[in-house]
Structure formats: structure tokens, C-alpha cells
Write a protein that binds this ligand. Structure first.
Ligand code: F0G
Length: 457
């Protein structure tokens, strides 16, 4: 067998990249106030800002789009997608939303109350924000291994069952349900094992609590289980996904990830008790229950995308791609969250810039350096994203300085990854020249999106 794992698709439609020189990028980054979020996408060569909604659809999906039924109520496209979602999740109630955070807002709005606590391995930002907005305490209880970037562990996304149990014993009456995010994006795109899902669901059940899963990357998680968990190697990924869902009572999905579409999401519910408040909330925020913020053509593309996202040749290539970049980083002596995640690789900026003081935001500086060196756009996950300026003017910092490189699905080829590995190694070789930054203007919340910077002196 040749050892090169090829992209399991041919390219039928292409989008040219706009080449820039280093001098161009210096001007463009200065115009963007040293914040890559403020660049125009056309000035980015390799856009690894997110894997969300940035994938390429297949010819089959584009074909399905033409068959979309745009009826306001009862569209055929709705029933078709509902059957696909019911088939995979085993849950009878399907509620479409325009994306993942809308699913969160509608579900939490229907079932949560002020003063409650929701445990999770790690809440994604929007999940946390939607809970906190309702006065709910979003508690992150990932296993301790999940917090150590350099430590390799097959299921770093697992939730710490002992801490969940302690919380259920002391604060049980305040917990409306338990959550679990697969894969654990905030923790590095790390999977959760079936053993952990099963035990967590059973623990919640003993305390009379439902399990709500955040399943944006359920297919990648299922493939990791097949590859890493004893007893699953010969099972189909689809049957593993079905088993995962069988432990959940409800789920929220951003279909912009493993749904293989540019926009979409849903809620699925196993029993009837939340259906009515959820549908009522949906009508107010998103639309009639048979379209929920999406066009009929979007529902069609998602029905195909959910099936394609479970294709094993695709998933094997997908996970191998991240691992392949990880191997090249390892060879170049660049630290990253190990093992490589499903949808992303998280660089540890401290291994490139060990001497840069945290006040100069090393992960932000690395992000800028990747753009200047090779036109690569990643996301800082460090003290700009998670630190804060306090009212007395002091700053708080984040314990980790990471840069997330998240990979759009079916978009970049192996040569793009080889190029990126070269650029990252080159950045490390020139680390002495990398300049830190200082914040000159920032909003009060979610400052990384719009803050403006200057070079630190
Ligand atoms: N849950 C997880 C685990 C996510 O990663 C995201 C989005 C959401 C929920 C929200 O879904 O964007 O459709 O509203 N993550 C993207 C990212 C934005 O870049 O990681 P959404």
C-alpha cells in the first residue's frame, strides 16, 4: 500500500487564491490594526480561522440545492432532512435552526432558569454565553489531562466523572441537565470516548438528569472512537455515531461543521417534554418549525451533507491531515496540543516565543507572524481572547498562549499543508524578529474580534 493518504475527491470547481507578497501583507496587517480578524478574506492565502461554514460542498449537495422546496410550511425538504436526522440520532423530534448558537439559545431559553448549573467537558464560547445570559453557571469539568497541552492521551475530551458526581451530590437540585461537547473544541478538538459517554449518561440518569450533547463534530468524534477505542475498530462510523446518540436525550448541532454545509443547525429531542417550549421559542426567534431560519435548499444540502460527513474514507483523510501537520510540527520542534485534534491543530506559542512576556501577547504575536510570513490566518486562543482589562486598568492573562489552525472541510490539499508547515518552521527560525503587541483600543466583551493593536516597545 502506498503510504500517501490522498484526498478522497476530485476537484470540479475552484476558487483562485489571491497571492500577496510580504510587503503587501505588512501594509494590509497594519491597515487591519494588527488584528487578523479585520483583514479582508481575499488578502489571506490559507484561511484557517475556522472550520465552521467554510467547507466545500459536493456536486451532490449543489445538485440537491436545486431541488429545495421553499414552501413556508410543511416543505418536502424538511421531511427529507428530518428522516436523515432521525436515522442518525434515533431521536424523533427534529427542530431546524439557522446555526448552532441559535439551537443553544432556543433550547436553553425553553428549559433553563436563573441560578442553575450546567456541567460540560468544556462549554464552547457561545454555549457558555447563552447559558450565562440566562443566569446559569456553565461549569467546565474536563479531565485533568485535557488541560495539559504537551500530554498525549487518546480521549482528552473526556469529562471528569468524579467531579460531576460530587457536583450532582452537592448541587443536584440546581442542575437541569448535563452537557457534553463532541469533540471538545475548547480543549483542542479532542474526542470523548464511548466509555466516558456511557458512564456519564448513566451517572446523570441515576440522578434523574437528561444528557444534552453538543454534537457539531460528532462524525469526527465517532471516527476517533473507531481508531482509538478498544472494541470499535470493526464497527462502521455510522453505527458508532448511532450508539453515541443513543446515550443522549437531546442534542444541539451546528451543521456548519460535520453537517458539511455553509449554514445550518438543529436541535433533536428524544422525548416529548421539551418539544412544545422549544417549538414556541423557535417560532419567535428563527421561524416556522419546518424551516427554522433556513431556506428549503439549505435543508436539502444538509440532508446530503450529514451522510457525506460520515463517509469513512473522508474521515480517515480528514483526521490524518491534522495528524500529518502535527508530525511536521514535531519534527520542527514546535509545541502543539497533543495529539492533533480532529478539526484543528493548536500551536503552543510559548514554544516559539519562550522569552516574550505575556504582556506582549505571544500567541497574538505568533498569529500575526504567520500571516506576515506566509499569508496564513489562525486564531489566537490566549490572553487577548480570554484575558480582560479590569476597571482599575489592570490586565488579567490566560494560562495558555495558543494559536488555533482550524481546517475547512475538503478545501485545502496536502501541498497547502506542506506549505503551512514550512511557513511555521520559518517563523520559528526567525522568532527573534517577532514583535509583541499592545492593545490600543478594545471593546468590553469578546475583545479579540475587534480590538486594535500597535507593536509593543
Ligand atoms: N458548539 C461548538 C463546540 C462549536 O465549536 C461552535 C462553533 C458552536 C457550538 C456554535 O455554532 O457557530 O454554528 O453558531 N464553533 C465555531 C468555531 C465558530 O470556530 O469553533 P455556530
Amino acid at each position: 500500500m502506498p503510504k500517501t493518504l490522498i484526498e478522497p475527491f476530485r476537484i470540479k470547481s475552484v476558487e483562485p487564491l489571491h497571492m500577496t507578497t510580504r510587503a503587501d501583507r505588512q501594509t494590509l496587517l497594519a491597515q487591519a490594526k494588527l488584528n487578523v480578524f479585520l483583514l479582508r478574506a481575499q488578502d489571506v492565502l490559507i484561511d484557517w480561522l475556522t472550520d465552521s461554514g467554510t467547507g466545500a460542498m459536493s456536486a451532490r449537495q449543489w445538485g440537491a440545492i436545486m431541488t429545495g422546496d421553499e414552501s413556508y410550511a410543511g416543505a418536502r425538504s424538511f421531511y427529507q432532512l428530518q428522516a436523515v436526522v432521525q436515522g442518525i440520532t434515533g431521536m424523533p423530534h427534529f427542530v431546524p435552526t439557522h446555526q448552532g448558537r441559535a439551537a443553544e439559545k432556543v433550547l436553553f431559553g425553553a428549559v433553563c432558569q436563573r441560578g442553575q448549573i450546567v456541567p460540560n467537558n468544556n462549554h464552547f464560547d457561545t454555549t457558555r454565553a447563552n447559558l450565562e445570559y440566562l443566569g446559569v453557571d456553565a461549569r467546565d469539568l474536563v479531565i485533568p489531562e485535557g488541560l495539559q497541552p504537551a500530554l498525549a492521551h487518546p480521549f482528552k475530551g473526556n469529562i471528569d466523572l468524579a467531579r460531576v458526581e460530587a457536583l450532582l451530590k452537592t448541587e443536584g437540585e440546581r442542575i437541569p441537565f448535563g452537557m457534553l461537547t463532541v469533540t471538545n473544541n475548547t480543549g483542542g478538538g479532542q474526542p470523548v470516548s464511548m466509555e466516558n459517554i456511557r458512564a456519564y449518561a448513566a451517572l446523570l440518569k441515576r440522578h434523574g438528569k437528561p444528557l444534552v450533547m453538543d454534537v457539531c463534530r460528532f462524525a469526527e468524534n465517532s471516527m476517533f472512537i473507531k481508531m482509538r477505542e478498544p472494541g470499535y475498530a470493526d464497527r462502521s462510523v455510522r453505527s458508532i455515531a448511532e450508539e453515541m446518540f443513543s446515550h443522549a436525550d437531546a442534542c444541539t448541532m451546528s451543521a456548519k461543521k460535520d453537517g458539511m454545509v455553509n449554514m445550518g443547525g438543529f436541535i433533536a429531542l428524544r422525548d416529548d417534554r421539551w418539544v412544545e417550549p422549544v417549538r414556541n421559542g423557535l417560532i419567535m426567534a428563527e421561524g416556522f418549525p419546518t424551516y427554522g431560519g433556513l431556506a428549503g435548499r439549505d435543508l436539502e444540502a444538509l440532508a446530503v451533507g450529514l451522510e457525506e460527513g460520515l463517509d469513512e474514507d473522508y474521515l480517515r483523510y480528514r483526521l490524518r491531515t491534522a495528524e500529518y501537520l502535527g508530525e511536521q510540527l514535531e519534527a520542527a520542534g514546535i509545541g502543539f496540543v497533543k495529539p492533533a485534534g480532529g478539526h484543528a491543530v493548536y500551536l503552543d506559542a510559548r514554544t516559539v516565543l519562550p522569552d516574550m512576556p505575556v504582556e506582549h501577547y505571544p500567541a497574538w504575536a505568533l498569529c500575526n507572524a504567520l500571516y506576515l510570513e506566509g499569508g496564513i490566518r489562525g486564531v489566537e486562543v490566549g490572553s487577548v481572547m480570554f484575558g480582560k482589562r479590569l476597571d482599575d486598568g489592570r490586565e488579567t492573562y490566560h494560562p495558555m498562549e495558543l494559536v488555533r489552525l482550524a481546517f475547512p472541510r475538503r478545501v485545502y490539499t496536502q501541498s497547502h499543508f506542506d506549505y503551512a508547515a514550512e511557513v511555521i518552521a520559518e517563523v520559528k527560525a526567525k522568532a527573534r524578529d517577532i514583535r509583541g503587541v499592545r492593545i490600543v483600543k478594545q471593546p468590553r466583551f469578546l475583545r479579540h474580534f475587534t480590538a486594535e493593536f500597535d507593536w509593543a516597545t
